[in-house]
Ligand binder design. Structure first.
Ligand code: SF4
Ligand code: SF4
Length: 485
């Protein structure tokens, strides 16, 4: 018997690092492939096209429909302009996106992974480039095995150049979301753009090139946390791509099955479902983390079933519960019934509730905002006639694309008069007016004075855009005075 420190070489565990086996998936046509095409085109069109959509906001705001303006801390989305203090809108949208993913996963499994995830979309795009240059599965495999020579090098260089062009277009498009696209494009090509823009494009080009061109399914299997989270969220009523082993097994070729039809199931062991799989897995081994639920194996197997005169659906979207029902000879549950169940309805209710709340807030938001900061030191100044003065810094926001006249008045502080640095105490009155430039925040030093003997108390600054009934805001503030605070 070996001593513990004398483990023989053959007893050592296998390496934890598995070398990647390249996947050469075969071209396939079918309803899910066509759905993938449609979603891919829509996703890419949205990604590349959105920064170029224009939206007329007048002379005081950028005309880009979707713009994250970091320099001025604004987020523009068509007719909506989000200011930093309204970040809850963005947070709400992000929460909706998260709950939307939960909803989709619990209803139709990993549909996001299979159809709309950027890694899937770009990997799919690169796989089409592979086919264009190297041919379909067998030709690609032969080229992969072939020794390096001028022909192989030329093909590889041509293909990688296209990879690089796609990656550059992908990385390049990203920066247009953060600045006016036509202006930035001109600056970019003339070498006058901000270095951050070049660095961002370089990083995103490199990551797209590596992740989409070379790592591909490894990102889904090893790097992405989402499959693990999704796996925990799936239950026996979630739709997943399923091989119906009770119908397909035992496998046997058409020839064997023809000779002995009672002995074999419907699977003719043609391996087409494996050949088309973009992650290179065999769905007949059961649900596994490498399956992104793209359903290309369904297209492949349905075609085989059609050609051999067998019923389609040997591989199909099915729930685990349905799989058991079908195995027992019962009819499957209707898909709509599966989607609308308490769990998905709860997700939908939360998702819809947040969406409606955001819409309500959007519909009732005003484009005027006031914040107040009081001078703490000194809290008050006693003037020679016994009256008391407090000082404040006000910030008036005009969130519209035109200059507006605004009035600041005081409520709940009897006898108070207000003035500012540019008005002077002699002209103090019950209100101040200011013209706040379009789409800007104006800072204002304001002083309040009250008659002698006025106690410390809370009161309200009121901001009103003149001539606009709904456009007003107010802010609570404290007035300090001698005596009990
Ligand atoms: S494509 Fe269908 S018939 Fe062919 S191996 Fe896969 S499951 Fe079996
Ligand atoms: S097993 Fe089928 S559904 Fe899963 S990734 Fe492969 S082709 Fe797509």
């Amino acid at each position: 018997m070996n001593k513990p420190d004398q483990i023989k070489t053959q007893d050592r565990p296998a390496s934890l690092y598995a070398k990647r086996e390249p996947v050469f998936n075969r071209r396939i046509d079918g309803k899910f492939r066509r759905l993938k095409w449609a979603i891919m085109v829509i996703c890419l069109a949205i990604y590349w096209g959105t920064p170029w959509l224009r939206w007329d906001r007048g002379p005081y705001a950028p005309d880009q429909a979707v713009l994250v303006d970091l320099a001025h801390r604004r987020f523009y989305m068509f007719g909506i302009e989000i200011w930093p203090h309204e970040f809850y809108f963005v947070a709400g949208l992000l929460i909706m996106a998260g709950i939307g993913l939960f909803l989709v996963t619990s209803a139709v499994g990993r549909a996001w992974c299979g159809y709309a995830c950027p890694q899937t979309v770009w990997t799919d795009l690169f796989q089409h480039v592979d086919r264009f240059f190297d041919g379909d599965r067998n030709a690609r495999f032969r080229l992969y095995k072939a020794p390096w020579g001028p022909a192989k090098i030329a093909r590889r260089l041509a293909k990688w150049t296209v990879y690089l062009a796609i990656s550059f277009a992908t990385g390049g498009a990203w920066i247009f979301y953060f600045a006016d696209a036509p202006t930035l494009q001109h600056a970019f090509w003339t070498g006058t753009a901000d270095p951050v823009a070049y660095a961002t494009v370089a990083v995103l080009t490199a990551t797209t090139f590596v992740l989409g061109g070379f790592m591909r399914e490894q990102v889904c299997v090893y790097m992405c946390p989402w499959p693990r989270i999704q796996t925990a969220m799936l239950d026996e009523k979630s739709l997943i791509v399923t091989y119906k082993d009770w119908r397909g097994e035992p496998r046997g070729s058409v020839k064997k099955a023809g000779k002995n039809p009672d002995r074999f199931g419907d699977c003719i062991d043609c391996n087409q479902c494996v050949a088309v799989c973009p992650t290179g897995i065999d769905i007949r081994e059961g649900p596994q983390i490498g399956c992104i639920t793209c359903a290309l194996c369904i297209d492949a197997c349905d075609r085989v079933m059609g050609e051999t005169g067998r019923p389609r659906g040997l591989i199909d979207y099915a729930t685990l519960e349905d799989a058991e029902r079908e195995k027992a000879g019962q009819p499957p549950t209707r898909h709509l019934k599966l989607i609308w169940r308490p769990r998905t309805m709860l997700y939908f209710a939360v998702w819809g509730g947040i969406g409606l709340s955001l819409l309500f807030l959007l519909g009732t938001r005003v484009h005027t905002d006031l914040t107040v900061a009081k001078d703490r030191n000194p809290p008050y100044i006693l003037l020679s006639d016994g009256s008391v003065r407090n000082a404040y810094t006000l910030r008036l926001r005009n969130m519209q694309g035109r200059p507006r006249k605004m009035e600041i008045s005081i409520e709940g502080l009897p006898g108070a008069k207000i003035w500012s640095d540019d008005v002077g105490m002699a002209e103090a009155g019950t209100a101040l007016t200011r013209i706040v430039p379009a789409d800007e925040t104006q800072s204002l030093r304001a002083y309040l004075v009250v008659p002698a003997g006025t106690p410390a108390q809370e009161f309200t600054f009121h901001l009103q855009a003149l001539g606009e009934a709904r456009e007003q805001d107010s802010a609570e503030a404290q007035f300090d005075a001698p005596g009990e605070q």
